[in-house]
Design a protein around this ligand. Structure first.
Ligand SMILES: [Zn+2]
Length: 594
C-alpha cells in the first residue's frame, strides 16, 4: 500500500500544525491500553482460547524443564545437609540450563529466543572462565527466575503440581511478569502429570555429567559441564534427535491425557489444531501465517496474497474446527472494536493537545470535524464523501461503504472491499488515525463491526463474548456497546446523525472510559492522557498515536508448535513438518471423541 507516499505528497498538514508537531514532542503513554480493552475483555477471551499459553510463556521446553528441576531438587537435595532451599535449588538448575545453552550456542541464545536471562548469560561468558558460581551470578531480577516471573501460573493451571488451585495467568503490564499473587504461591510437590513431564525431561539429560555426577547439588560448575548440559537441556535442543520429553509435551498441550479433560484444556487443544490447519491453508495460498492472516482467516474466511496482484483466497477449514474458529472470530471482533475506539482516542488527544484551558464537550464535536476532513478522505480513497460526514446517518455511511441494511446478502463486505474492516483497520493503524479523516474511518469500522457481529454471531457465541464483561463500566465489549446504542437511540440508531452517535460514543466509551481506567490503574505511574472536569476535557502532557490491537498469545502458540516439531519457520514462512501433517490428521480424526 502506498499510503505513506500519498501522505507526503498531498496530505501535508499546514505549516503551523507541522511546526507544532515537530517542536512539541509529547511523551507517549507507556503502554498501549488506555481504554482497558486489551487487559480486560481481550485478555479474558485469549485466556479462554489459549489457556496456559501466555505472551510470556512461549517455549515448550520450560514446561518440562521446571517439573524436572523441582523433582530433582525434591529427590536429590531436599532435607540433605547441603540443602539450599527449594527456590535456590530450582534457580541453580535453571541457571545451569541458561548458561549451558549460551555456552553451547557459542555465546548466543537458543534458536527461537525467549531464554530467560540469556542477556546476562551472554555478558558473563564474554570473559571465558573455567567454572561459574550459579548462586552468586544473577540471571534475572525475579528471585524465582523464569519460573516465578513467567511459567509458574501456566504450570499450576496445567495441573503440574499437587493440590494447587487455579491462578491468574495475567501478565502485569508494568513488569511483563506474572502478577504478584500468582508469584507468591508456593508449590512443592508434583502431580502425576508433573512427574511424567519431569521424568521425560530427565531421560533427555540423565547422561550428562551435570546430572549423572550429582552436580545439580553444587553451586560452582565447570564450564564444560555446563556446556554439555546446555547441549541437551536447552530450549531449542528439544528438536534434536529423540528428545524424550517432546511426545509428553505434545500430549499435554493437546490435552491428550485424562487429567486434562476440562473444557479450558480442550479449547487450547482446538486452538492449536486450528493454528496448525491455518499454517497449512496459508501456505497453500502462498502467504505466511501471521497475526494478520490468522485474523483474516477467522473473521473473513479468506486470506489475501499481497505479493502478486493482491489475490484473495477463500479459506475452508475442517468442520470440526468451526466452533473454535467462531470464538477466534469473536476475539478479532473485539480487536476491531479496540482499533475503532482507540482511533477516536487518537483523534481526541490530537485535537485537545494544544488547548491548555481544555475543551468543552460541544466543542469537541467541532474539533473532530476539521476543515480538511473531506479533502483527506478523498486523498485516501479517491472518492468524495457525498456530504458532510457528521450530517450523514450510519445507514447512509454504511450504504456508501457498500452495505445495505436489511439485506442479508449485503450486510457485510468481503475482505478485499475498499471499505472492509480489514482495509479500514490497516489504514488507521498505518497512518490515518493521526490524519484529518481518522474519525470517519473509525466510525465506518465501528458500524461494520457491530453489524457483522449482529448478523453472524449466534446466541451461543454472543453469550460467550458477553460473559467476559464482568463490570459494565470498566469492561468494554460489543454486547455492552450494542446495548448502549439501543438504549440511547432505540433499534433505529442507524437513522440518527453521525454527529449525535459520535458525541455519545466518544463521551462514554473514550473520554469517560479512559477516566475510569485511570482510576483502575495508573499508566505506569504516569498521568493519563487528559483530565475530565464535568464536561470539560483538559489534556495532559501525554500523547497517544498508535490505535493498534494486539494478539499477544498468538506468537507464543506458534513458537510452542515450532518447539513441538509440528511446524517450522523457513525463510520467514511457517510450514508444517511431516510430523505436523500426520499429527493434525490423526488429531482431527479423534477430535469428536475427545
Ligand atoms: Zn538451544
Amino acid at each position: 500500500m502506498t499510503i505513506g507516499g500519498i501522505m507526503f505528497q498531498i496530505g501535508k498538514p499546514t505549516e503551523t500544525l507541522r511546526l507544532l508537531h515537530w517542536t512539541k514532542e509529547l511523551p507517549r503513554v507507556s503502554e498501549n491500553d488506555p481504554l482497558g480493552l486489551e487487559l480486560r475483555v481481550s485478555a479474558r477471551l485469549a485466556n479462554e482460547l489459549l489457556y496456559c499459553i501466555t505472551s510470556i510463556t512461549p517455549r515448550a521446553r520450560y514446561y518440562a524443564f521446571f517439573p524436572w528441576a523441582m523433582q530433582d531438587y525434591n529427590e536429590q537435595e531436599r532435607l540433605t545437609k547441603g540443602d539450599r532451599g527449594r527456590i535456590q535449588g530450582v534457580l541453580a538448575r535453571e541457571r545451569a540450563m541458561v548458561l549451558g545453552a549460551v555456552l553451547h550456542h557459542n555465546k548466543k541464545t537458543c534458536k527461537g529466543g525467549s531464554l530467560g536471562g540469556s542477556d546476562k548469560a551472554i555478558k558473563l561468558v564474554q570473559k571465558p572462565a573455567r567454572s561459574y558460581d550459579l548462586l552468586t551470578w544473577k540471571h534475572l531480577n525475579n528471585e524465582e527466575g523464569q519460573f516465578g516471573a513467567a511459567y509458574k501460573g501456566s504450570l499450576i493451571n496445567l495441573g503440574v503440581f499437587k493440590a494447587a488451585d487455579e491462578v491468574s495467568e495475567d501478565v502485569e503490564a508494568e513488569t511483563n511478569e506474572l502478577d504478584k499473587r500468582t508469584q507468591s504461591i508456593e508449590v512443592r510437590e508434583l502431580s502425576p502429570l508433573g512427574l511424567r513431564l519431569a521424568n521425560a525431561f530427565g531421560k533427555s539429560i540423565h547422561k550428562t555429567a551435570y546430572v549423572s555426577q550429582s552436580l545439580t547439588l553444587k553451586d560452582k560448575i565447570a564450564s564444560n559441564v555446563l556446556l554439555e548440559f546446555g547441549s541437551k537441556a536447552g530450549l531449542c535442543e528439544i528438536n534434536h534427535r529423540s528428545p524424550k520429553d517432546r511426545d509428553v509435551l505434545r500430549d499435554v498441550f493437546f490435552a491428550n491425557c485424562e487429567e486434562l479433560n476440562r473444557p479450558a484444556h480442550h479449547r487450547r487443544r482446538m486452538s492449536l489444531l486450528l493454528l496448525l490447519a491455518c499454517v497449512k491453508q496459508a501456505r497453500d495460498a502462498g502467504v505466511s501465517l501471521d497475526a494478520r492472516t490468522f485474523s483474516d482467516m477467522c473473521y473473513f474466511d479468506a486470506v489475501i496474497d499481497e505479493e502478486e496482484e493482491s489475490t484473495t483466497h477463500p479459506v475452508v477449514l475442517p468442520a470440526i474446527l468451526s466452533d473454535i474458529k467462531e470464538r477466534w472470530r469473536i476475539f478479532h471482533t473485539q480487536g476491531y472494536l479496540a482499533v475503532a475506539l482507540q482511533s477516536f482516542l487518537v483523534a481526541v488527544v490530537r485535537q485537545i493537545g494544544n488547548k491548555p484551558a481544555g475543551v468543552e464537550r460541544e466543542q469537541l464535536a467541532l474539533l473532530l470535524n476539521p476543515p480538511n476532513l473531506s479533502e483527506r478522505f478523498t486523498e485516501v480513497f479517491g472518492t468524495d464523501l457525498p456530504r458532510d460526514f457528521y450530517e450523514m446517518t450510519p445507514r447512509e455511511t454504511l450504504a456508501f461503504c457498500g452495505i445495505t441494511l436489511g439485506n442479508a446478502r449485503k450486510a457485510s463486505l468481503p475482505i478485499d472491499a475498499k471499505f472492509s474492516e480489514r482495509q479500514l483497520e490497516e489504514l488507521l493503524v498505518e497512518s490515518e488515525a493521526n490524519e484529518a479523516a481518522g474519525v470517519v474511518l473509525a466510525s465506518m469500522l465501528l458500524y461494520q463491526t457491530i453489524l457483522r457481529h449482529k448478523v453472524r454471531s449466534s446466541d451461543q457465541f454472543n453469550n460467550w463474548y458477553g460473559q467476559q464483561i464482568r463490570n459494565d463500566y470498566a469492561d468494554v465489549a460489543l454486547p455492552g456497546l450494542i446495548r448502549f446504542f439501543e438504549s440511547e437511540f432505540g433499534e433505529q440508531w442507524t437513522e440518527r446523525k453521525n454527529s449525535e452517535i459520535l458525541d455519545r460514543v466518544i463521551w462514554r466509551f473514550v473520554i469517560r472510559q479512559h477516566q475510569t481506567m485511570s482510576y483502575e490503574r495508573g499508566f505506569g505511574g504516569a498521568a493519563p492522557l487528559f483530565h475530565v472536569d464535568i464536561t470539560r476535557v483538559v489534556a495532559t502532557e501525554m500523547n497517544y498515536t498508535d490505535p493498534r490491537a494486539k494478539n499477544s498469545r498468538f506468537w507464543s502458540a506458534l513458537q510452542i508448535l515450532t518447539d513441538l516439531g509440528l511446524i517450522v519457520k523457513d525463510d520467514q514462512v511457517y510450514e508444517m513438518t511431516k510430523d505436523g501433517e500426520a499429527w493434525l490428521a490423526s488429531e482431527l480424526g479423534r477430535v469428536g471423541t475427545a
